[in-house]
Unconditional design. Structure first.
Length: 186
C-alpha cells in the first residue's frame, strides 16, 4: 500500500518549500517571494499555475494579511516581498485566528515528513523577532514637513486614500508606523 499523498495542496507546497529554504540556509531569517516560488517549482510536486503559487505566497498563506478567503497561517510577511514560516507569537490578522500553521504529515511526501518534527522541536521555538532585510526606503521631506508615502509602504500597510496612519514613538531613535482606525466621537 502506498502512503504517499495523491495530490498536494498549494498551501502545503508553499510551507514545504519555505521550510526547506530555512533548513538549507539556516542563517537566513526570511526569503524573497521569488526564492520561495523557485523552490516550489523545483520540487515538481504539482502542476498548478504559476499565478496560483504566487497568490499563495503573497496572500493566501500569509498570517498577517486579511484572509481572502483562505485562513492559512503558514507564512509571516516581514516586509513587502519577504516571508518566513509563521511562528507561535507572531501577529496575525484576526480573520486567520483558526488558520492552519502546519500541513498534516500525511499531506506531505514521506521523505519530507521529518520537517513537521523539525518545525515543532526547533524552528517554532526560536524567539520571534522580525528580520531586517536590506530594504530601506527613503523619502524626501518637503518644505512644509510633509512626505509622500511610498507605494511599497502603502501596500505593506494595506492603506488606501482616506485611511489614517499612526506614528508611534518607541524610543528616541525609533518610530513605528501603523495603519490606524479613527472613529468620530460626538
Amino acid at each position: 500500500m502506498n502512503n504517499e499523498p495523491n495530490t498536494i495542496s498549494t498551501a502545503t507546497l508553499v510551507w514545504l518549500a519555505t521550510a526547506l529554504l530555512h533548513k538549507e540556509r539556516k542563517e537566513a531569517e526570511a526569503f524573497e517571494s521569488s526564492e520561495i516560488f523557485e523552490k516550489v517549482k523545483s520540487l515538481d510536486l504539482s502542476s498548478v499555475s504559476d499565478s496560483t503559487i504566487k497568490m499563495h505566497i503573497s496572500l493566501h498563506c500569509v498570517s498577517n494579511a486579511q484572509s481572502q478567503p483562505d485562513t492559512h497561517k503558514k507564512l509571516f510577511r516581514i516586509a513587502r516581498g519577504w516571508y518566513r514560516l509563521y511562528r507561535e507569537g507572531d501577529l496575525f490578522h484576526p480573520s486567520r485566528a483558526q488558520g492552519r500553521v502546519l500541513p498534516i504529515a500525511e499531506e506531505l511526501p514521506s521523505k519530507y515528513r521529518h520537517l513537521i518534527e523539525w518545525y515543532n522541536d526547533d524552528y517554532s521555538k526560536k524567539q520571534t523577532q522580525p528580520a531586517q532585510p536590506n530594504n530601506a526606503i527613503f523619502v524626501n521631506i518637503e518644505n512644509n514637513k510633509t512626505i509622500m508615502l511610498p507605494n511599497e509602504i502603502a501596500e505593506f500597510l494595506q492603506v488606501e486614500d482616506g485611511d489614517y496612519i499612526a506614528f508611534i514613538t518607541k524610543s528616541t531613535d525609533e518610530v513605528v508606523i501603523k495603519k490606524a482606525r479613527m472613529k468620530l466621537e460626538i
